[in-house]
Design a protein around this ligand. Structure first.
Ligand code: NOJ
Ligand code: CA
Length: 723
């Protein structure tokens, strides 16, 4: 304890010294700023690089260590002198292939610091800082040089020395899973090992550091500043977790290791991903930040016309809830006299069932259909770490791939392929060409991949360097075959969908599916995910569950932690260019009026307005459909009811629109009455402020389209303050 406070005292002294030094002579403190953000770089008396960040002149990151430890415990974080500095300003606008907005401004001041070791080896290290109006991104570059060519990073010593015991929304530092509910606590209370172990959850639980948390890490200071720490462009490097020093509030980089405990194998010239710190005194600004996308490379796909956001259904929820199965037979050991699998007749991916889903999707204009469990291997797919379980090309006998191709083409429904690897990325690497050729042959233009279970090559982790590269290999290979990709159980995204826009979505968090096979997550979950997991990119959260209780076979008490109206709101608040209508057709047929919102809602946007937001409490977002004058609004709350206040100032002035409001009914409540909703239509203008009551654990969705003359005659005008 004494030691900790001594350390803190030293840091304070160092900071004091730095400020004095900065005033006295501008030698060792170099600054760069933009708007409210100021970045300082300095070398301490040991030649160790440090940086600090302020927002509106207040410290956000106190002087914090930079650098590395290389193989054989050789430090590469001290004994430096500054060799040179460079500055530049960039202010450009680019258009994403798809996204939340049509144009993205990339405006930053860049400060590049070239360092050289003073002692014998004289190795070079460059640190590039990009200072944005909403924070700072920085990365390390290793220039081509004589005394550093092939090298192994055994630790990165980047730290984030925070100014206090901030409120933090965290999940534990698991090397293999992000599928946790969030804990909200002070930094001093972070403790992975105190989290309850939930027995029926298939989580991997590999959390060697009791005090490590995942990024994106969302924090709020006592005086109302929001700070988000993550990374951008995770390429050829392990993902960064943060070790929390619970006494001094210093976060330090904890890279995910390989089987040898090494972190990264690099060759010069090369660089690390960007470390990102997004800062604002408004929570909405965190959600609106485009810094992570801006720090990624532009698209590598020259003609992306084949990449199209879409909504899809799936032969999926019936397996998740236990009414159907992925598998075809009970056992691989009991075969018919001719050596064939003996069907147990509960297999969901059979041709007749697939056709029923195709019919439903075609009737309601849902573009895509995912079918899981179509290929052999599901009898023993999970938990054996044995490898070579799936070949990704052999259908079960009752799945007629040719017949389904013909039928789906005829009905205009786009089939979505499923490649579950069971964590055997090594086999997937070998089989990818074959798998993508099959997709091309039978008209599948997208694939959902999955990495459930422990990774093969054994000793690798989902979030380590080898797997980070594997996910990119899969995205690149998919692009070669003009296939869009959605990855489940990958490392959490870092904005790489800018570079590979066919990489539409990822799971990499605890999705809606946990409500099917396990306890699920509390109602606040969806008010936290946009501030954490979604900072790095779209999530395939699988919204749209309409039967909210009594859907799980063998678990009659299981229920969603949501109202039906909130399920609609998620299509807006959980951004993804790929959105699933996740429930089964029968449950939609029971609520066709509410299903209309899912039919109407867009998946690609020209504009986005974050209307209200507070992590852990509520989020309201309005989005404008790409190329159209339609707006869609989603509002979600945590376990507390609230009155959402939604101004419509962004609608065209002088124009009348029809607003269809899908809201919780007055007596709705996620626990006791989740399926109670009401739908109302009004004429609105940009002067209206919608006041919508959200139930406990509830939400609301609104579609707004230009009004016709008939609408104007028939519908009432919305009166602000009408509830
Ligand atoms: C886990 C995925 O998240 C889920 O969506 C999928 O159905 C199963 N794995 C089987 O691949
Ligand atoms: Ca999953």
């Amino acid at each position: 304890m004494l030691l900790m406070s001594q350390k803190k005292a030293c840091l304070i002294l160092f900071y004091f010294f730095i400020s004095l030094f900065a005033c006295a002579q501008d030698v060792n403190v170099i600054t760069e700023s933009l708007g409210n953000i100021k970045l300082s770089f300095m070398l301490d008396e040991k030649g160790s690089p440090h940086y600090a960040v302020t927002y509106k002149q207040k410290a956000v990151i106190n002087p914090s260590q930079l650098g590395f430890i290389l193989e054989n415990k050789k430090s590469f974080n001290s004994d430096f002198a500054i060799l040179g500095t460079e500055r530049k300003t960039v202010d450009e606008t680019w258009k994403p292939v798809w996204g939340e907005v049509a144009n993205i401004r990339n405006h930053y001041n860049q400060l590049t610091i070239q360092l050289q070791e003073k002692a014998a080896l004289k190795r070079l290290l460059t640190i590039v800082f990009k200072v944005y109006e909403d924070g700072v991104g920085f990365r390390y570059e290793f220039p081509r040089q004589k005394n550093l060519k092939y090298f192994v990073v055994t630790d990165e010593t980047t730290a984030f020395n925070l100014t206090g015991d901030h409120k933090t929304f965290w999940i534990p530092g698991d090397y293999d899973s992000n599928e946790y509910s969030y804990t909200t606590s002070k930094l001093s209370e972070v403790d992975d090992w105190k989290l309850p172990i939930i027995s029926n959850e298939p989580r991997s639980i590999y959390e060697p550091d009791q005090y490590a948390v995942q990024t994106p890490l969302m924090m709020k200071t006592a005086d109302g500043l929001y700070i988000n720490i993550h990374e951008a462009a995770l390429v050829n490097y392990p993902s960064m977790q943060l070790h929390v020093d619970r006494s001094n509030f210093v976060l330090s980089s904890n890279l995910v290791p390989d089987a040898y405990g090494n972190k990264a194998y690099l060759r010069t010239p090369s660089h690390t991903p960007w470390r990102t710190i997004i800062i604002s005194d408004k929570a909405a600004d965190i959600l609106a930040s485009k810094m992570i996308l801006n720090l990624n490379e532009p698209s590598k796909i020259e003609n992306p016309s084949w990449i199209q956001p879409m909504k899809f259904m799936g032969i999926w929820w019936e397996m998740q809830t236990g009414t159907g199965t992925w598998s075809y037979a009970n056992s691989l050991d009991e075969l018919s006299p001719s050596g064939a699998l003996i069907p147990h007749n509960r297999h969901s991916a059979n041709t007749a069932n697939v056709k029923r889903y195709i019919d439903f999707a075609a009737t309601h204009g849902i573009k895509g259909l995912l079918v899981e469990g179509w290929n052999t291997g599901w009898e023993e797919w999970y938990g054996h770490w044995n490898g070579k379980n799936f070949d990704f090309v052999t259908p079960y006998p009752d799945f007629d791939i040719k017949e389904i191709e013909n039928y789906s083409r005829q009905k205009g429904v786009q089939m979505i392929m499923h490649n579950e690897t069971s964590g055997d990325a090594a086999t997937y690497d070998q089989q990818m060409d074959t798998a993508f050729q099959l997709m091309n042959q039978f008209g599948y233009n997208s694939v959902k991949t999955g990495y459930v279970g422990r990774i093969i090559p054994r000793g690798e982790h989902h979030d380590g360097q080898w797997m980070a590269n594997h996910y990119i290999r899969a995205a690149e290979k998919a692009a070669k075959y003009h296939v869009m990709i959605d990855m489940h159980e990958p490392v959490r995204p870092t904005g790489l969908s800018r570079t590979y826009p066919n990489w539409l979505a990822c799971e990499a968090a605890r999705g809606n599916e946990f409500n099917a096979f396990a306890e699920g997550s509390p109602p606040e979950h969806e008010t936290i995910l946009p501030f954490t997991r979604l900072m790095g990119g779209p999530m395939d959260y699988t919204p749209g569950i309409f039967k909210l209780k009594g859907y799980a076979k063998g678990a009659p008490d299981r229920q969603m932690h949501s109202t039906l109206a909130k399920q609609l709101a998620l299509y807006i608040t959980m951004y993804s260019p790929l959105q699933m209508a996740a429930d089964i057709p029968a449950n939609y047929e029971a609520h066709m009026d509410a299903f209309q919102f899912i039919k109407d809602v867009a998946v690609d946007w020209d504009d986005t307005k974050i209307i209200e937001a507070e992590p852990g409490d509520y989020i309201t977002i309005a989005r404008k459909e790409k190329g159209k004058n339609n707006w869609f609004i989603g509002a979600v709350t945590d376990e507390n009811s609230r009155l959402a206040s939604v101004p419509l100032t962004y609608l065209d002035a002088g124009k009348k629109y029809v607003a269809t409001i899908y809201a919780d009914a007055g007596n709705a409540d996620w626990k006791n009455n989740p399926e109670a909703y009401k739908i109302e239509k009004f004429i609105v203008t940009n002067a209206a402020v919608l006041k919508i009551q959200l139930a406990n654990g509830g939400g609301a969705a609104v579609s707004i389209v230009p009004a016709t003359e008939i609408d104007i005659k028939q519908l009432k005008t919305y009166k602000t303050n009408v509830k």
